[in-house]
Design a binder for this molecule. Structure first.
Ligand code: HEM
Length: 196
């Protein structure tokens, strides 16, 4: 959700297109429902493209081979710890055109990215919560796009945050999101200006 919002505020045209899709399928007289989600293809492409660029588990979770095997010419003995580098697969130039660019359109017309798109893993041990996760993320994102005007703040009021006892994490500033750790250790997300 954080990365999706960060990408949207940094790509206002994509945000505009997502809002236009919501306006056309849902309108402005009611809140978006879960039943609307399958119709909102562009929104789903945004969720997929966010998971491609910023997979929640970049190396998935470690697996262990249950038998001796050969993978891509390498002998892998039984009991080897195996890590799948989803991050690298999602940014492979041989597979993705202009891989570091946020382009939800690349997912249009295809359910998923095939074997090179594995944010939830693959096969028997793939994430059983993928359906739920996709629906919840898409619905929450849709409601936030529908209900608020989001825009990037170019400067985080770091001084004000320091006065409040917060220490800003500078590298997040470029992403358009100010994250700080409160005195109690809780993460305070100082997301973006909201115009009601
Ligand atoms: C965006 C949200 C989520 C992402 C990106 C995600 C990603 C993953 C990944 C990468 C794995 C490891 C797959 C593998 O072994 O290669 C996994 C496993 C798992 N996930 Fe998720 N997940 C998400 C949400 C959820 C939700 C909402 C649930 C439950 C309601 C869930 C339940 C599980 C369980 C139980 C496993 C272990 C499956 C097994 O080892 O057999 N996940 N998830």
């Amino acid at each position: 959700m954080e990365w999706a919002l960060s990408l949207l505020v940094n790509h206002p045209k994509v945000l505009e297109k997502a809002r236009a899709e919501l306006d056309s399928y849902v309108g402005q007289d009611r809140l978006v429902y879960e039943t609307d989600i399958p119709k909102l293809q562009y929104l789903q492409s945004i969720v997929n493209e966010t998971l491609r660029l910023y997979p929640t588990a970049p190396l998935l979770v470690p697996h262990e081979s249950s038998d001796d095997s050969t993978v891509g010419g390498f002998d892998v003995p039984r009991g080897t710890m195996l890590l799948v580098n989803a991050w690298a697969m999602h940014r492979d130039r041989a597979v993705w055109d202009d891989p570091t660019t946020f382009k939800p359109e690349r997912f249009e017309g295809r359910e998923n990215g095939g074997h090179n798109f594995v944010p939830f893993g693959m096969g028997r041990r793939q994430c059983p919560g993928a359906g739920l996760a996709n629906r919840v993320v898409a619905l929450a994102l849709a409601a936030m796009i529908q209900c608020f005007d989001w825009e990037r703040v170019s400067h985080c009021p770091a001084a004000a945050m320091r006065m409040l006892g917060c220490a800003p994490i500078d590298e997040m500033l470029d992403a358009g999101i100010c994250v700080s750790l409160g005195t109690d250790g809780a993460m305070v997300l100082q997301l973006i200006k909201i115009d009601l």
